[in-house]
Structure formats: structure tokens, C-alpha cells
Design a protein around this ligand. Structure first.
Ligand code: ADP
Ligand code: MG
Length: 730
């Protein structure tokens, strides 16, 4: 590479405003679209190409087939035909013949398809009243005729940027390339060669202006690799840093407390539980802090595995913690853990908010060793915090700090100021995507001792592609087997036709008659918790009348935590037949006696939510039904409902979700920082992702601080930004 070759990191420091033709308003418009630096501009790759040699001249165009035609717009007009019908039509001339294009209710076309521009139209050509016509074709605006830069046969179609015309954008990229090239190759030569990658400089030029579509695709392939490689390098470094972190704990994994716990469980652990538990024990035994993701479907028995791990910490004199995303969930965990310990003959001793949960009688039993549990849910900063019964908050915090509480279960309250563990040995984070990396780290820092082990639990099935990106720095254990004796859940789709709804209500009555229970999830109201709560309240009123012979309860996010817990325990105790709920019941609620889940306006929910909600039933021995009530709406929502009816496999649903929604959002939550991908498509580019990950981890294993690969280090820092900066501080 020549002396003057520029690196991508260098180009990421130069504003697009420096590029000829982009000063002022245009650079602002680009910045708005996320194209801030010259590097961003050069990586603003075409979304597709139009091959002019495959474009059909109008006088030879086959009728009724999908084709692309190119021509100049000679006339365009918009007509408002009726109140809800707007027609845009345009005439296109390709030098020989005319074509008539028409769009219905797409008013924006009148601005897009401006007179005098060159456009490519894709769709089917028909003959109508003697002339050639295309109805609602796709449009790529190419250029002003005669001003086209592209004289080759392949025309790049860049993602549009509002305020910068496509021809203008293309010219600007052309200018930028002229100034920026040659661009330096950051990869070791043997690596690029072994993987058959196009050279960096060539790739950046040819992705924009290839001679053939194949050359464009090859160039794109290189840039996709680069993007995934940068991400995986950052993840590999993060992992390395975690592994190298100064001091971990070597836990006593073979001890009586754990052995006794497992031996006295009323059931055998499944093979998957045992395997996963072994993986965790191996990590805990070594003096490096564990970073492990524990994945498994709702009801697969993750909690038992987590409690076993917590007891491993406790038996060696360390403390354990579980952090849950909501108060209801923390309360539920608290009950589950208490019950598990009791089942195993241990004596949970409760301090803190947990003493509120009416658990006193439960704790009379048991004669094994004491394990002290605490529930900490209220935010210390809340002005209206009132210590409830049991231990005062100060006392609880003091006992966490002096180490006399063994296991603390809580919400965000655990990572508030003022909480300090004497010697935290294991932190379990039940996160459902709700906590970020920072919060995980924060929990670890609440202990003054060595770094505790970290176990992240999630019931959200994460497709492999995502666990390699979103959670790419974690080791993964999957509980991929359900405990035996779990009854199946049948999913059906019903419309709101009165007959169909009455059938659903009758089914609820029938189940209640034999002692079973039902959840009814209210239509999701977008606006706010408050409005959602209001609609739930209205639905509760309506259903109480419809099901007058049953006890119908109500839970939503606006209830105080005390009231929420009161309703949950009524439902748990069977005092209620039906629980009308908002999505507060989405996660973690475990009522094995509930056999019906009715989800109203199911089309409004995302797949992950539907799956999580459905996971609330079928947790006991009785067969269960999930009823999705909705009118057919959009194609997307129909696909979601069809997928739910078809399968209960969370991984398949997660992949389906990714396919339907695209990768911008992951199972309901926006991917944060590191995983923001511009070029790569993690479904399409899975093979590249796997390769990039393998190579990145190998590189970092050999050169942890990238001392021998400064160009790679620079561009990871330059392009991934703040999220990775700490990785480079030694
Ligand atoms: P998860 O946390 O993965 O959603 P839980 O740990 O709450 O699942 O387990 C769900 C239910 O299954 C609990 O009631 C638990 O007692 C029970 N359970 C867990 N493991 C087993 C097993 N191996 N055999 C039978 N029941 C089990
Ligand atoms: Mg350890």
C-alpha cells in the first residue's frame, strides 16, 4: 500500500461537509441520516443495483412479467379523484417508446418522480387502451439524464437520504472516493487471502461503482465481513477483559449444602438441568469471574439451577443475589426460592420486604441448615419509601453489609446507592433484555470483595445469530429440555364475532367448574401505563358482568406493589377464577393451576410478548389452551398469529420474529450500541458472522490489546465509539 494510503479510522475523523458538493445543508441532512464522516459516507453502500444491460427496452418489453425499465419522466400529475382516492400518473420515455405509470394513494410519488429525472421502474407492464402501462411500480430515481456519472452498465441504488438527491449523493460518494483512495488494508494479508476477501480499497470503490453486479456483491461481502469482524473483535476483547479481571472467587462447588439441596428436591433434575449446572459449577470453581448466559424456555427449570448455584456460593461463606426487572417478578422469585429451599428441607429465614408476603407460616417448617433470605424491592431514593413489616430497611442494609444475609432478591433497588454486600459471590440477573451491560457491571461492583461470578438468566429465546452479537461476550448454557409431565398448550385463533367470544367464555366457565383458572390479557394500549390500566379496569368491569358467576380479579402496572402482590396471592390461592391483566404478568408468573390464557387483540402484541404471555399457562399437569382473539389485520400480524398457532418452540418463534420485523429490533427491544449493524443482515449473513467471530476471537486470543494490529484497533475504536473505549485502557 502506498505511503499516502488512508485508514478508515482517519476518514472517520473527517466530516462529510469537507466533501465537494456536501457543504452546508446537505451535510446536515446526511448527519441526520447517520452519515457524519467520510468513512460513514464511503460505507453508505447501495441497497441494490440496476443492471442496465438487463433493462428491457420498452418496445421489446414482455407483458405480464416482472421487469425493470428505465426512462426519463416527461410528465407527471396528481389527481384527487375522491375523498380517499388520489392518483399519480407519469409518462416515461426511453428514447423510443412511451410508458404510462400509475400509482393509487401514493401521493409522495408526485414528488419522487419529478419531471426531467431518470427513473427505473420495476413491476409488470400491461397493455391498456393501446398503450403500455405499469400499475404501482417500484421506483428508483437514478439521475438527471445526461448528468449521470455512471456510464457502466451497473447503476447503484443507494439508500435514500432525505434532502440529498440520489444523483447528488452518488456524485458526492464519487468525489469522496477520489480524495480518499487508496484506503489502507487493516487485515493481515494471509487472513484476507485465506478467506478470499476482496481488498479493502477495491471493496470500498466497487461496492458503489461496480462493473458487474457480481463485483458489487463481492465488494459488499468484504464490507459486511469487516463490519461483523469489528463487532466480534470488540466482543472478544470484552470477554478477554472479563476473564483477565484481577480477582475472581474459587467457589467450593462440592459441599453439603448443595448436595443436600439436590438430593431432597421432590423431583429428579432433567438431563439439561444437570448439564447446565455442571457448566456453571466448572466456571464457579475457577478463580476467574464467570460470565454466563443461562437460556431456557419459560418453565424449563432455570430457577432451580440458579438456586443451586447460589447455594454453592453460600456454602463457601459468600452471598448471592438475584436481580429481577420488576417488583412482581422479584416477589415471585422470592417465593420460588423460599419454596425450593423448604422443599429441600432447608430453613429460610426472612428479613426485609419478604416478611410482608405473608410467608410466616411457610417458614415454620424445615429442620435443615438456615439460609437467610431477603427481598429488597423499594428504591432507597423514593421519598415515599415506607419500610413495611419485618426488618427495617436500615437493618436489612446493615445485614447485607455485614454478611449475615445469605441471599438477597430484588429489583433495581439492589444497585442503588447504599447497598453494599460484605462478600457477594454470585450475582444472578434475570433480565429479559431489560438490563444493560452497565447494570450488570454495577451489580458486581456492589461488593467490596473480589469480583463475583455473574449468571444472566433469560427466558427469551435468542436465535444463535443474536447470542453471537448481543451476548457475544458471554458463555452460553441452554436448558433445552422441559421437565417431564408438562401438559401441552394448544393455541387457537378466534375472532371477535359474538358466537366465538361466547365459546371462549364458556370454556373459561368449564375450566373454573373443575377448579382451573384463566388469565385474560387486555388489548395493548400504546399510549401509557395509565391508559392501559384504565382499559384493563374497564375490561375487568365488563368481564365481571359477563362471567357473573365467577370471581374475576384485576392486576395492572398502576397498582401499588402491595396491591399487586395481594392480587397475585389471591389468584395463587385460588380465590380468583379469572385474572384480568395487562402485560405486567408477561414474565415469571408461575401459577400451575392456570389453564387458559386469553389474549385480546392479539394482533397488537409482538411475537415475543405473545410467547411470553402464553408461557404463563401449561405450567402444571393439566392441558392448557391459549386463545388469541383478533380480527385479521395486517399481513405481519397474521403471520405472527399463524406462527403462534403453529409452534410453541421459542427459538423458531424468535427466528420468525426476526424475519418478520427485521433486525433493527430484537425481540421487542432495540439492540444497543455494539450490535448496531448497517451493512450486515444477521440472518442473511450468518455464515460471514460465524467466520468473523472465529477469526476475531483467534486474533484477540493471540494479541489481546491489538498491539500488533494497530489499524484494526483504530478502526474498532473509531467506528464503534464510546461503547468500546474502555477496552483499550490498560
Ligand atoms: P423457569 O425459571 O425456567 O421458568 P422454573 O425453574 O420456575 O422455570 O420451573 C418451573 C416449574 O417446574 C417449577 O414449579 C419447578 O418447581 C418445576 N421444576 C423444575 N425442574 C423440574 C424437574 N426437573 N422436574 C419436575 N419439575 C421441575
Ligand atoms: Mg469463579
Amino acid at each position: 500500500m502506498s505511503e499516502s494510503a488512508r485508514s478508515l479510522a482517519y476518514l472517520s475523523d473527517i466530516s462529510v461537509a469537507e466533501v465537494k458538493g456536501l457543504a452546508g445543508k446537505r451535510s446536515e441532512a446526511l448527519a441526520e441520516a447517520g452519515v457524519v464522516s467520510v468513512a460513514d459516507l464511503l460505507l453508505h453502500a447501495p441497497r441494490r443495483y440496476v443492471d442496465r444491460s438487463r433493462v428491457v427496452p420498452l418496445d421489446e418489453v414482455p407483458l405480464g412479467e416482472e421487469v425493470t425499465v428505465i426512462g426519463e419522466v416527461t410528465a407527471v400529475k396528481m389527481r384527487r379523484v375522491r375523498k380517499n382516492l388520489t392518483i399519480v400518473d407519469a409518462t416515461i420515455f426511453d428514447g423510443n417508446s412511451y410508458l404510462f405509470a400509475v400509482w393509487f394513494n401514493q401521493a409522495f410519488r408526485s414528488r419522487q418522480v419529478a419531471e426531467g429525472t431518470e427513473v427505473a421502474l420495476s413491476g409488470k407492464v400491461e397493455r391498456y387502451r393501446g398503450r403500455l402501462q405499469m400499475s404501482s411500480p417500484d421506483v428508483d430515481v437514478l439521475d438527471k439524464p445526461g448528468e449521470s456519472l455512471v456510464t457502466g452498465r451497473v447503476m447503484p441504488v443507494h439508500p435514500t437520504v432525505a434532502g440529498v438527491g440520489p444523483g447528488y449523493l452518488r456524485r458526492a460518494i464519487h468525489n469522496a472516493l477520489g480524495r480518499a483512495r487508496p484506503i489502507e488494508e487493516p487485515l493481515p494479508p494471509d487472513l484476507a487471502k485465506r478467506l478470499g476477501l476482496v481488498e479493502r480499497d477495491k471493496a470500498i470503490a466497487e461496492v458503489h461503482f461496480p462493473d458487474t453486479i457480481e463485483a458489487g456483491e463481492a465488494a459488499r461481502g468484504r464490507l459486511v465481513f469487516d463490519e461483523l469482524f469489528r463487532l466480534e473483535v470488540a466482543l472478544a476483547m470484552r470477554k478477554q477483559r472479563q476473564v483477565d479481571a484481577a480477582e475472581g472467587i474459587s467457589h467450593t462447588v462440592d459441599g453439603e449444602l448443595v448436595a443436600g439441596f439436590v438430593a431432597s428436591l421432590p423431583y429428579e433434575l432433567t438431563g439439561a438441568q444437570r448439564r447446565v449446572s455442571e457448566e456453571i459449577a466448572t466456571d464457579m470453581a475457577v478463580a476467574h469471574p464467570m460470565h454466563r448466559l443461562l437460556q431456557g424456555e419459560v418453565g424449563s427449570g432455570k430457577t432451580v439451577v440458579a438456586v443451586e448455584a447460589l447455594l454453592r456460593a453460600v456454602q463457601g461463606g459468600y452471598q448471592g443475589a438475584i436481580m429481577a426487572p420488576t417488583e412482581v417478578l422479584a416477589g415471585q422469585h422470592f417465593l420460588n426460592v423460599s419454596e425450593l429451599l423448604l422443599q429441600a428441607g432447608l430453613q429460610p429465614d426472612v428479613v426485609g420486604d419478604g416478611a410482608e408476603l405473608g410467608m410466616d407460616d411457610l417458614f415454620a417448617e424445615g429442620d435443615g441448615p438456615f439460609v437467610t433470605l431477603a427481598l429488597l424491592t423499594s428504591n432507597a431514593a423514593e421519598a415515599n419509601y415506607r419500610p413495611r413489616g419485618g426488618a427495617k430497611r436500615e437493618e436489612l442494609l446493615a445485614r447485607i453489609a455485614d454478611g449475615s444475609v445469605d441471599i438477597v432478591i430484588g429489583t433495581h433497588a439492589l444497585i442503588q446507592e447504599g447497598v453494599s454486600f460484605a462478600r457477594l459471590g454470585l450475582a444472578v440477573v434475570d433480565e429479559q433484555h431489560r438490563f444493560g451491560v452497565h447494570q450488570r457491571v454495577k451489580l458486581r461492583e456492589q461488593s467490596s470483595g473480589p469480583d463475583p461470578d455473574l449468571l444472566i438468566m433469560t427466558a427469551t429465546p435468542i436465535p444463535r445469530t443474536l447470542s453471537m452479537t448481543l451476548y457475544g461476550d458471554l458463555d452460553v448454557s441452554v436448558v433445552d429440555e422441559m421437565p417431564p409431565g408438562r401438559a401441552a398448550v394448544t393455541t387457537v385463533h378466534r375472532t371477535k364475532a359474538p358466537g366465538q367470544l361466547e365459546e371462549v367464555y364458556q370454556q373459561i366457565r368449564d375450566e373454573a367448574a373443575v377448579g382451573r383458572q384463566a388469565f385474560v390479557v387486555c388489548p395493548l394500549v400504546e399510549d401509557s401505563d395509565k391508559i392501559y390500566a384504565k382499559s384493563a379496569t374497564a375490561e375487568h368491569k365488563r368481564l365481571s358482568a359477563v362471567l357473573a358467576d365467577l370471581e374475576v380479579g384485576l392486576i395492572h402496572g398502576q397498582l401499588s406493589s402491595g396491591d399487586k402482590e395481594a392480587v397475585m396471592s389471591q389468584f395463587r390461592d385460588g380465590e380468583l377464577d379469572v385474572l384480568v391483566a395487562t402485560t405486567v404478568i408477561e414474565v415469571g408468573i408461575d401459577i400451575p393451576n392456570a389453564t387458559i390464557m386469553v389474549i385480546e387483540d392479539a394482533d397488537r402484541f409482538g411475537l415475543s410478548q405473545l410467547h411470553q404471555l402464553r408461557g404463563r399457562v401449561g405450567r402444571g399437569e393439566h392441558p392448557a389452551t391459549c386463545v388469541l382473539v383478533s380480527e385479521p389485520t395486517t399481513p405481519d400480524s397474521e403471520q405472527r398469529i399463524a406462527a403462534m398457532v403453529e409452534t410453541t418452540d421459542g427459538f423458531r418463534l424468535a427466528e420468525e420474529d426476526l424475519r418478520i420485523r427485521g433486525q433493527g429490533t430484537v425481540f421487542g427491544s432495540r439492540q444497543a450500541g455494539l450490535a448496531d449493524l448497517k451493512l450486515a443482515d444477521i440472518l442473511e449473513d450468518l455464515d460471514t458472522l460465524i467466520t468473523a467471530r472465529k477469526e476475531a476471537f483467534a486474533l484477540v486470543a493471540e494479541d489481546p490489546m491489538l498491539k500488533k494490529h494497530p489499524l484494526i484497533a483504530d478502526e474498532v475504536r473509531a467506528l464503534l465509539g464510546e461503547d468500546v473505549e474502555w477496552l483499550f485502557i490498560s
